[in-house]
Design a protein around this ligand. Structure first.
Ligand SMILES: [Fe+2]
Ligand SMILES: [Fe+2]
Length: 166
């Protein structure tokens, strides 16, 4: 991940990155080869890259995208205990992630909420209303495929730089 991407993630996502809840996501395996936490960081980096490629670099858009991407799968934590099967997980984890976003940040931005709620499109047929939601959906798919082929979304250095204390 390049310096500008890390800087952008830290600038808009500090409240999430510093939270206990986000830090706990590195303890659960995701897509066979990674953890939920690494996936969240990888998707956020990819989403920031996608924004830059499309000239979507205003504060408002970047903040929306970073917060939505960092939180989009937090609700999947504890999936084996919470959900009876994969179908239930598919339907419920975006809504549980919305609750996590509100709990962690104390904010309830409609664009962030819709983007998280719709990130499983088209597997779950809730269509994103906002650009940020489309960016997140694309970034999530790119990272998920890479992870299934064993490509780690982040490096040890990315983790060290982004998970600074407090
Ligand atoms: Fe997801
Ligand atoms: Fe995801």
């Amino acid at each position: 991940m390049d310096y500008l991407t890390r800087h952008t993630i830290l600038k808009y996502g500090r409240s999430v990155l510093c939270s206990e809840e986000f830090r706990s996501t590195f303890s659960q395996v995701h897509h066979y080869s990674t953890t939920v936490g690494d996936h969240l960081l990888g998707v956020t980096a990819e989403a920031v890259k996608q924004c830059r490629a499309r000239g979507l670099t205003d504060d408002d858009t970047l903040k929306t995208v970073v917060l939505a991407a960092l939180c989009h799968d937090i609700g999947i934590m504890g999936r084996r205990k919470k959900y009876r099967n994969d179908a239930e997980c598919l339907i419920r984890h975006p809504l549980d992630s919305v609750r996590a976003y509100i709990r962690i940040t104390g904010e309830a931005d409609e664009r962030v909420i819709d983007s998280i709620k719709c990130h499983m499109f088209p597997l779950k047929p809730a269509v994103p209303k906002y650009k940020a939601g489309w960016i997140l959906t694309v970034a999530d798919k790119i990272c998920s495929v890479n992870e299934k082929f064993g490509k780690s979304p982040v490096t040890e250095e990315d983790r060290k730089e982004l998970l600074i204390p407090g």
